[in-house]
Design a protein around this ligand. Structure first.
Ligand SMILES: [Zn+2]
Ligand SMILES: [Zn+2]
Length: 304
């Protein structure tokens, strides 16, 4: 959700779906109900939140706490520090955080914005003063976590979202800022915004990024975690197979042919049931306007 009232770019995809797009959306569907675990010999429990916006939801214990951005509302130092102190107080062995479009103090491109100039100290000094405790902060970067079972988990995080109002870490929606940025072998991808077509329904259409979706298909992470579109909280399980790829190519705007569409629909019907390859999750703690009513909807627990 944008900061402030000035919306500079609308979500311009309220166009009617083409025959291929609607056929693929109707017949190539993600598994429902969605499982909360992927097959694994030594499962790791991930507790996922996003868009806490200064709230401190109660969350269950687990191996890793993941926060997908928008910790604050106004992006001020004090707000962010309080969120970091809260996250640091949680019992999880590892805590991994990215920023979002509300977290202005984290983005040096926002240092001259009115909100930052109104702070008592320059934003660059405040950024340096943040106490991250034992929290791992990712900004277009990766970390590999090791676990006592011998397993490890490679996580990549990036806070960038398509421009929508004023805010931090934003890009022109027409620009492809994703291709070849996510390292091969990434198992958990943390972004602030959704990929196109996955839990991204907003006022005016699907607000997710098609270039991010294309990059996901190149790297094929096991978990994609985001928030940002508060009202679209939810999750999907997918297989990285041909029918799903054809459907997602339509979401990317690549216009699969009639033959490719019919082939994908037939292959999807004949494919049978397979364990999913990946979970794609919008873990927004905030619903439309306030935290989700049921406290259990303020976090998502997954095993991978
Ligand atoms: Zn948010
Ligand atoms: Zn956001």
């Amino acid at each position: 959700m944008p900061i402030g009232k000035r919306v500079v770019r609308r979500v311009d995809n309220a166009k009617p779906l083409t025959w291929s797009q609607s056929t693929l959306e109707q017949h190539v569907v993600s598994s429902t109900p969605c499982p909360t675990s992927l097959p694994s010999e030594h499962p790791i429990t991930l507790v996922c939140v996003s868009d806490t916006h200064n709230t401190e939801p109660e969350v269950p214990a687990g191996d890793v706490l993941l926060h997908s951005g928008d910790l604050t509302y106004y992006g001020k130092f004090d707000e962010l520090q309080k969120q970091l102190d809260w996250i640091a107080s949680l019992p999880h062995t590892h805590k991994v955080v990215i920023g979002g479009n509300h977290d202005l103090v984290l983005d040096e491109a926002c240092d001259e914005m009115d909100e930052m100039l109104a702070e008592k100290q320059p934003a660059s000094e405040l950024r340096a003063k943040l106490n991250w405790h034992d929290i791992i902060y990712l900004e277009k970067s990766s970390v590999t976590l090791d676990f006592p079972s011998g397993r490890s988990l490679k996580i990549y995080g990036s806070p960038y979202t398509p421009e929508h109002g004023r805010g931090s870490f934003q890009y022109d929606p027409a620009e492809d800022v994703w291709s070849n940025t996510i390292p091969e072998g990434t198992e958990v991808l943390m972004t602030h915004g959704p990929p196109k077509g996955y839990h991204d329904a907003a006022v005016g259409g699907h607000a997710g990024c098609p270039h991010l979706l294309r990059e996901i298909w190149r790297v094929k992470p096991r978990l994609v975690l985001f928030g940002h579109i508060h009202s679209a909280r939810g999750m999907s399980a997918i297989n990285y197979n041909e029918p799903t790829r054809t459907r997602d190519r339509a979401r990317m705007g690549e216009h699969p042919s009639v033959g490719e569409t019919l082939h994908a629909v037939a292959a999807s019907k004949l494919g049978g049931h397979k364990a999913p390859d990946a979970l794609i999750v919008n873990a927004s703690t905030m619903g439309p306007g306030r935290p989700w009513y049921d406290p259990k909807d303020r976090y998502t627990v997954l095993q991978i």
